[in-house]
Design a protein around this ligand. Structure first.
Ligand code: AMP
Length: 182
C-alpha cells in the first residue's frame, strides 16, 4: 500500500507522515529532506537544487522523480511507502507514478501557513519564499488533488489543532477507510 501525505508547507505533513509510517509499517520517503540533502551535497545538481529551494519553486520533475525512484530502489522489501510531498504536480505523475492507494491531504489556511513557518525558521522559511511556496501550492498541487478526489482516493483532514489532534483525525479516517484496525 502506498500513501501520499500532502498539504501546504507548514501543514504538519512531515510529522504526520513519520507517525503514520510507524503505525502502518510503511517506509517513509521524505522528498523535501532528500532534496535538501542533495542540495547540500557535492553533486553536480547541488547549485541548481539550491536555487529552486531558495526561491520556493518546485524542482524539475526529472530530478525529483529520479531521487524518489532511487530511494524506492534502495528500500526494496517493504510492503509499501508513505510519500511525504511527492508528487506535487500533475507532470510528476507522468515522470514517475508511485501508484498511490490513498492521499491524505492536511488542509490549513494560507494565513496559518505563514504564521507557522515564520516561527519554524528553516532556511527557506522567509516571508517572500513562503508566499511563493503558497502560490506554487495553489497553482501546481491543488489541481493534482482534484484528480485524486475524482478517483475517490482523497482523504481530507482539518489541519488546525495540535499534532495529537491531527494524528487522531487521520487515524479515525484510516479506520473508516479500513486501512487501520480500531
Ligand atoms: P518541503 O520540505 O516539502 O516543504 O519542501 C521544500 C522544498 O523542496 C520545496 O519548496 C521545493 O522546492 C522542493 N520540493 C519538495 N518536494 C518537491 C516535489 N515533489 N517536487 C518539486 N520540488 C519539491
Amino acid at each position: 500500500m502506498n500513501i501520499l501525505l500532502t498539504g501546504p508547507a507548514g501543514s504538519g505533513k512531515t510529522t504526520q507522515a513519520r507517525i503514520l509510517s510507524q503505525e502502518l509499517h510503511l517506509k517513509l520517503i521524505k522528498t523535501g529532506e532528500l532534496l535538501r540533502e542533495a542540495a547540500n551535497s557535492d553533486s553536480s545538481n547541488a547549485i541548481l537544487l539550491q536555487k529552486y529551494i531558495n526561491e520556493g519553486e518546485l524542482i524539475p520533475d526529472d530530478l525529483v522523480a529520479k531521487i524518489v525512484k532511487d530511494e524506492i530502489k534502495k528500500n526494496t522489501g517493504h510492503k509499501g511507502f508513505i510519500f511525504d510531498g511527492y508528487p506535487r504536480r500533475l507532470s510528476q505523475l507522468k515522470a514517475f507514478d508511485p501508484k498511490l492507494d490513498k492521499i491524505i491531504y492536511i488542509e490549513i489556511s494560507d494565513k496559518e501557513v505563514l504564521k507557522r513557518l515564520l516561527k519554524r525558521g528553516r532556511d527557506d522559511d522567509k516571508e517572500e519564499i513562503i508566499k511563493e511556496r503558497i502560490k506554487v501550492y495553489h497553482k501546481e498541487t491543488q489541481p493534482l488533488l482534484k484528480i485524486f478526489e475524482d478517483q475517490n482516493k482523497l482523504i481530507q483532514i482539518n489541519g488546525k489543532g495540535t499534532e495529537e489532534e491531527i494524528k487522531e483525525r487521520i487515524k479515525q479516517q484510516l479506520i473508516t477507510h479500513h486501512l487501520l484496525k480500531q
